[in-house]
Design a protein around this ligand. Structure first.
Ligand SMILES: [Zn+2]
Length: 164
């Protein structure tokens, strides 16, 4: 999670995207498979959220669309906040065994101006039902500090691509 926080802060300061990052690792050993940051601004593609980037790079690296396939080690996804509506769906289909997030409340929307989309109230239970462990509030204050820093920028970009 510390890696995710560092990448998230650097990503928005470098101007490549929003203050979000994700790290995919082997759950048992912590070995990093791939990392991803929000690349919406850099790529011009609305779907290039950190979770999608990290999962896609992991799947490309391992040569499989299913990170939880037979014989594979359980894989963890660490993200510096709860996935948005799109990334939630991406997690469901990825084969991730464990989702670790810094927090899950609406603070991210209040502090950054981003719209995280219409999340299902039972999102966590739905993940559990599909075999995904969820751990929340890991290094939460660090995430909030990054979101505050981003929200204080005069040139912060909101979810629809327009400047505030
Ligand atoms: Zn997302």
């Amino acid at each position: 999670m510390r890696v995710a926080h560092r990448l998230a802060g650097r990503n928005h300061r470098e101007g490549t995207g929003g203050p979000f990052a994700a790290v995919v690792s082997v759950a048992g050993t912590g070995e990093i498979i791939a990392v991803g940051v929000n690349l919406v601004l850099a790529s011009g593609l609305s779907g290039m959220h950190a979770v999608v980037v990290a999962q896609s790079l992991s799947q490309a690296h391992l040569g499989t669309w299913n990170l939880g396939g037979p014989g594979s080690d359980p894989v963890e996804l660490a993200v510096n906040w709860r996935p948005c509506a799109m990334c939630y769906g991406a997690v469901l289909w990825s084969g991730i065994a464990r989702l670790v997030i810094a927090g899950a409340g609406d603070e991210v929307e209040h502090l950054t101006g981003f719209d995280e989309g219409p999340m299902r109230p039972a999102w966590k239970e739905q993940l559990h039902a599909r075999g995904v462990e969820v751990h929340t509030d890991v290094l939460r204050d660090e995430a909030l500090a990054t979101f505050r820093e981003y929200g204080a920028r005069d040139d912060a970009v909101v979810y629809n691509g327009g400047a505030r």
